[in-house]
Structures are given as structure tokens and as C-alpha cells.
Design a protein around this ligand. Structure first.
Ligand code: HEC
Length: 145
């Protein structure tokens, strides 16, 4: 699974550069073939992960990184939002987990793509592969609310 995602990431990077703008139709990584029911549950599962691991910092009155995650799925606030940290990447590019800075911050690859700061959750253990896979699937299926 992990190597498949890597291959898919590399492929997307290679072909994404060659044919600019064509990545929207790139095929999704394996493992995204969730049933329709499972797909609609992805949003609530992602929000639960944010609440368990992120909202201690990413909430009012002074959300870390100016990023409030308390209603991020329901409000769609991550979708098509440009990172505040200067690298111009989208936090969540619907359908494209490999182009989503949120995933880079969770996997610790944010500096490879011109980002900055810490791997998230900051100062804590990284999310498990299964948890990151859930967030990837949510993004791959359109980051629905
Ligand atoms: C201990 C506090 C803390 C926790 C917990 C935390 N973060 Fe952060 N987060 C920060 C700070 C501070 C920044 C801004 C500096 C940086 O990018 O490292 C940040 C930045 C970010 C950014 C980049 C925002 C941007 O516009 O570039 C994302 C995405 C992010 N966090 C997601 C998460 C997610 C998802 C979780 C939970 C899995 C999480 N964070 C947990 C403190 C935290």
C-alpha cells in the first residue's frame, strides 16, 4: 500500500510537471475504491481525527497557524485554501492528496515541497499510517463535507 502510494506520487510528480494542469484527471492511488457508504463516512472520521489530535492548538481564540480545525470538514475551510506559510500550496486540493499540503504536514514531507515549520501534530507522535490513509481517502474522494 505504502509503496503503491509512493509510486503513484512519483508518477504524478513526473507527469504532472510534463502536462501542466493535467493532474486533475490522474488516476487515484489504489485503496481509494471505497463503497459509497464508506465514502460519506470519511468526513466525520477526518473531523474526529482533527478533534483528537489537532484542535488543542488549532482552535479559537488564537488558532495555531491561523488555522481553525474545529469545523474544518463541515465548513470546507481547508479546501482550495492556500498555505499561510509561503509555499503557495493548497492545504487540500480535492481529488489530489498528493498535491495537498495537509498531507505533507502529516507525513513530514512539507519541507520537500517548499514548506516550513513542524510535522503535525506538532510536538506529538505522528498519526498512524491508517489515520493518514483515512485523510488521504477523504481528499481523494473530493473532500466532501
Ligand atoms: C501543539 C500545537 C499543535 C498541534 C497539536 C497541531 N498543530 Fe498544526 N500547527 C501548529 C503551529 C504552531 C503551526 C504553524 C507553524 C508550522 O507550520 O509549523 C501549525 C501549522 C499547521 C498547518 C499549516 C498551515 C498553513 O497554512 O501552512 C497545518 C496544515 C496543520 N498545522 C495541521 C495540523 C493537523 C492536521 C494537526 C493534527 C493532526 C495539527 N496541525 C496539530 C501547532 C499545532
Amino acid at each position: 500500500m505504502r509503496s503503491l502510494l509512493l509510486v503513484s506520487l512519483v508518477t504524478t510528480l513526473l507527469f504532472g510537471c510534463a502536462g501542466s494542469g493535467s493532474t486533475k484527471t490522474a488516476s487515484e492511488p489504489a485503496g481509494v475504491e471505497e463503497s459509497a457508504a464508506a465514502t460519506t463516512e470519511l468526513g466525520p472520521r477526518v473531523q474526529a481525527l482533527f478533534e483528537a489530535n489537532c484542535t488543542s492548538c488549532h482552535s479559537e481564540p488564537e488558532p495555531a497557524g491561523q488555522l481553525d480545525l474545529t469545523t474544518a470538514v463541515a465548513s470546507g475551510s481547508l479546501v482550495d485554501r492556500v498555505s499561510a506559510r509561503g509555499n503557495r500550496r493548497l492545504l487540500v486540493a480535492p481529488g489530489q492528496p498528493e498535491s495537498s499540503y495537509l498531507i505533507d504536514k502529516l507525513e513530514g514531507t512539507h519541507r520537500d515541497v517548499g514548506g516550513s515549520g513542524a510535522r503535525m501534530p506538532r510536538g506529538d507522535d505522528p498519526l498512524s499510517d491508517a489515520e493518514v490513509a483515512t485523510i488521504r481517502s477523504w481528499i481523494a474522494s473530493g473532500a466532501q463535507r
